[in-house]
Design a protein around this ligand. Structure first.
Ligand SMILES: *Cc1c(COP(=O)(O)O)cnc(C)c1O
Length: 379
């Protein structure tokens, strides 16, 4: 039965005690056993997130003229992202509420660009089976057909098979850097060549990789080209609230040029309260998400991120070595923070359950479509 609103108010001290109590049953992510949902960079960073958020808790990113402070902080966050991602002169970006928001806006921009080019509708979107469901959500919202293409045996996007799915109505192709299920970087260079040859918009989904991969490269690890260095890349999404270690509600979406970005912006002129221009999906935007991201990025700096990301890749390498010793097979060659492993015989559901009982929270993956596995999709 649902409860209505209480007749009388309660002192916050009482509420606070209850709220803390309610959290006791949640996963204990501070123990370092939670591989999803929380990107924990330590207590000091969490404190910067909080303090940075609180300073602009009440302010609204919807009003850049009213809050030039937020406008400037957002521009500086975007500038840091552009330089990390090797964006060319003229590239632009925006902060959004998260990866799904960034991806939705990129699909919207590509859709309006396709319309402006006179591409025939209904449109379609070609992406590897490993790409994030945020593309399906965006496509569902805009009535765009989704063409998911099976990955190669090495779990990477199959560029040739994707080429076969492209036609005159394809408004976007996607590659992940890395994919969420496997932590592997798709062949972005080959996708870029295909995109250029067929004149199709290429989006790189670096939601989970955009703020770790640059530092892993700086730490001396060779990665295949995955960002704006690949000339065919039109847009790229990168989440600050993942390996950027910023407070939740913070992502970035980047475009190679203003001309492409202009298709993202929603400009409503005819309304009693006057013209309303919103670059991203949200109207009201929490000022704290912007100020907190600005604070964390300046708190860590390149040096701080390089150290954090080094401990991430070291931990991944240790886990890889450990599971290999136990007879598991690591899928592909992960180089960032995410990895997946399989076993020729063991029941992964039983294993998952036992791990969960011991306080480990991970994802489950399945390389091919399967009814059984779909039934227990992890959410
Ligand atoms: C997390 C993630 C998304 C979606 O981001 P949200 O912030 O959860 O909306 C999209 N793509 C990839 C690869 C991701 O890891």
């Amino acid at each position: 039965m649902t409860q209505g609103m209480p007749e009388h108010g309660t002192a916050f001290s009482v509420l606070k005690t209850e709220m803390i109590e309610r959290g006791r049953g949640d996963v204990q992510w501070r123990d370092g056993k939670t591989a999803v949902y929380v990107f924990n960079a330590g207590e000091d960073v969490t404190e910067v997130q909080k303090q940075g958020y609180l300073l602009y808790l009440s302010e609204n990113g919807l009003g850049p003229a009213a809050f030039p402070s937020l406008k400037k902080m957002e521009a500086e966050v975007v500038g840091m992202g552009l330089s990390l991602l090797h964006a060319p002169d003229g590239a632009v970006g925006h902060m959004t509420s998260g990866g799904t928001d960034s991806i939705t806006m990129a699909v919207k921009a590509a859709r309006d660009y396709a319309r402006a080019q006179g591409q025939p509708e209904p449109f379609n979107l070609v992406l590897p089976y490993s790409a994030h469901p945020a593309f399906d959500k965006a496509a569902a919202l805009m009535s765009i057909e989704i063409r998911r293409v099976a990955t190669r045996p090495d779990y990477l996007a199959d560029v040739r098979a994707m080429a076969d799915q492209i036609d005159d109505s394809t408004l976007m192709m996607v590659g992940s850097a890395p994919s969420f299920p496997y932590g592997l970087i798709d062949p972005i260079a080959a996708l870029g060549e295909l995109a250029a040859a067929r004149n199709v918009w290429l989006h790189v989904d670096a939601c989970v990789g955009g703020y770790i991969a640059p530092f892993v490269e700086m730490n001396g690890v060779d990665l295949p080209p995955w960002d704006f260095r690949v000339s065919g890349v039109g847009s790229l999404s990168a989440d600050l609230h993942k390996y950027g270690y910023c407070a939740k509600g913070a992502s970035t979406i980047f475009y190679r040029s203003e001309a492409l970005r202009d298709h993202m912006i929603f400009d409503q002129k005819d309304w009693p309260a006057g013209r309303m221009v919103t670059p991203t999906l949200a109207g009201t935007r929490p000022g704290g998400a912007i100020s907190s991201a600005w604070a964390v990025m300046h708190y860590l700096g390149i040096e701080g991120y390089r150290k954090k990301q080094q401990s991430v890749t070291r931990a991944r390498a240790r886990i890889e070595a450990g599971v290999a010793e136990l007879g598991f097979e690591v899928l592909g060659t992960p180089k960032l923070g995410i990895m997946a492993f399989s076993h020729p015989e063991l029941d992964i559901f039983a294993l998952y359950k036992r791990l969960f009982e011991r306080g480990w929270v991970t994802s489950l993956v399945h390389p091919t479509e399967s009814a059984t596995l779909n039934a227990v999709t992890f959410s």
